[in-house]
Design a protein around this ligand. Structure first.
Ligand code: NAI
Length: 246
């Protein structure tokens, strides 16, 4: 049997990069996948690809910063499936500024997309997750949620650090319900977020000597989402080529 047979899953940021690979992998493992993003064209293409491969998926326009949008997503999933087994809070927004060049507006925007979204989404879907017999929430944090990185991107570091501890807090609250909540911490992954920046500093600080690929993070998310991880909650799984071990 595939790892996620029969599970209903929702992946935010599912149109691109790590979220896209996660949606594709989930479907290949037997899940029905709700691909949620604000990039409607690329999101719909992910659904088409899943369907072409014989899987089931639907695209949902969902701005993860909007409580109303989350309520609408819950209504759609309730009507279509009546339950949610796997929630992947993966959407995020990077930044590359220093502390003094980070405006309050930018700080709040990065926190809204990267951090507050996890609170809003998990809270909104709580009733549907509680209807599952073995629910799993996977939050995408970062190596930058557990280190000072290069001493830039303060809003991103603050937001990802909050995702790490929020994950553990909800894991404790929901452990008696058998709802597992874990975080994945990607290292430097070749996606749109990385863009065309010079990869040398990434490679130099990564013991495995290369950047990662989104499917390598998707594999870890799939494991945490699956019943193979049935005794794992409140954990942080680094997918970083050894970055955090230095
Ligand atoms: P990406 O840029 O390929 O994907 C991010 C997706 O999030 C995009 O499809 C984008 O449209 C979506 N998104 C942005 N704002 C949104 C909003 N308000 N509502 C809904 N969706 C929204 O980047 P990537 O790398 O796949 O990022 C996925 C996650 O992985 C993010 O949380 C990121 O912070 C995290 N991450 C990425 C690393 C990397 O090196 N690429 C390293 C560590 C963490």
């Amino acid at each position: 049997m595939a790892q996620l047979t029969g599970k209903i899953a929702l992946v935010t940021g599912g149109a691109s990069g790590i979220g896209r690979q996660t949606a594709l992998r989930f479907a290949a493992e037997g899940a029905k996948v709700v691909v949620a993003d604000v990039q409607d064209g690329p999101g719909a293409e992910v659904v088409t690809e899943i369907e072409k491969n014989g899987g089931e998926a639907l695209y949902l326009h969902l701005d993860v910063t909007s409580e109303e949008a989350w309520a609408a997503a819950v209504a759609t999933v309730t009507e279509k499936y009546g339950v949610l087994d796997v929630l992947v809070n993966n959407a995020g927004l990077g930044q590359a500024d220093t502390l003094e060049t980070t405006s309050l507006a930018l700080y709040e925007k990065v926190v809204a997309v990267t951090q507050t979204s996890v609170f809003l989404g998990t809270k909104a879907f709580a009733p549907l997750l509680k209807l599952s017999t073995a629910a799993s929430v996977v939050n995408t944090s970062s190596i930058f949620g557990a280190s000072g990185g290069f001493g830039t991107s303060p809003a991103y570091h603050a937001a990802k650090g909050a995702v790490r501890t929020l994950t553990k807090n909800i894991a404790i609250e929901w452990a008696p319900l058998n709802i597992r909540v874990n975080s994945v911490h990607p290292g430097f992954i070749e996606t749109a977020m990385m863009g065309d920046t010079d990869k040398e500093p990434y490679i130099a600080t990564t013991p495995l000597g290369r950047v990662g690929q989104p499917h390598e993070v998707a594999a870890a998310i799939t494991f945490l989402a699956s019943d193979d991880a049935s005794f794992i909650t409140g954990a942080e799984l680094f997918v970083d080529g050894g970055y955090i071990a230095r």
